[in-house]
Design a protein around this ligand. Structure first.
Ligand SMILES: [Zn+2]
Length: 209
């Protein structure tokens, strides 16, 4: 079960959509040229808009699968997050959030899906694959996605507290990284938000009873 302090943090995360962080300056020395990139970390004022166009029937099918995994995580008392890795049109890795169940910091859905895919394919390199998840991957998972050489990430909705793609930082847009991850979000956003809100509403009800 989730302890009370963890619940408080989860609720804080869910309702804290209005945090405005100070601008972060990242300075990188690249060869002889010093480049300064300024990232706007205002959670609600990012230069990214949901992209609801150009989703294929396969994208919809796979995201529906992810939402079933997220529901399964929900049923197990976890924050409802699911993830899959798809390669050549097939699901090769499956994961759902198991952080509380395992009491494991890194047992995020995306990490478990990547591990599952690597095991199935016999390689840590997951080039030309797509990772689908209902919530914007956190900073840790973004790092794993880059390391795994995943080509594309599709997610439903942003994650203001820890999101590493459009919320807290823009890891997939760092120009000096040697691997580019494409990303899209907004697909089935309402379904994902409904699930997340229902989960936290239930927690609040339990806490107040
Ligand atoms: Zn994560």
């Amino acid at each position: 079960m989730i302890d009370e302090s963890s619940l408080d943090m989860l609720i804080f995360t869910a309702i804290n959509y209005n945090i405005t962080n100070t601008r972060t300056k990242i300075s990188k020395t690249h060869g002889d040229t010093k480049t300064t990139q300024t990232m706007n970390n205002t959670n609600t004022n990012l230069n990214h808009k949901p992209n609801n166009d150009n989703y294929s029937p396969e994208d919809i099918y796979f995201m529906e699968y992810v939402l079933k995994l997220a529901q399964n995580a929900y049923d197990n008392g976890e924050v409802p997050i699911g993830a899959i890795v798809v390669a050549e049109g097939e699901i090769v890795g499956v994961g759902q959030n198991r952080k509380e169940t395992r009491q494991d910091t890194v047992a995020h859905a995306e990490i478990l899906a990547i591990q599952d895919a690597s095991k199935k394919l016999g390689s840590w390199r997951l080039n030309n694959s797509t990772l689908y998840t209902n919530i914007e991957p956190c900073i840790m998972c973004c790092g794993a996605i880059i390391h795994a050489r995943i080509n594309r990430v599709v997610f439903c909705t942003n994650e203001p507290k820890f999101g590493g793609i459009i919320s807290q930082t823009n890891l997939f847009d760092i120009p000096t990284l040697n691997h580019k991850v494409n990303y899209q979000y907004g697909l089935m956003q309402n379904e994902s938000q409904t699930l997340i809100r229902r989960f936290f509403r239930e927690i609040r009800t339990k806490l107040n009873s």
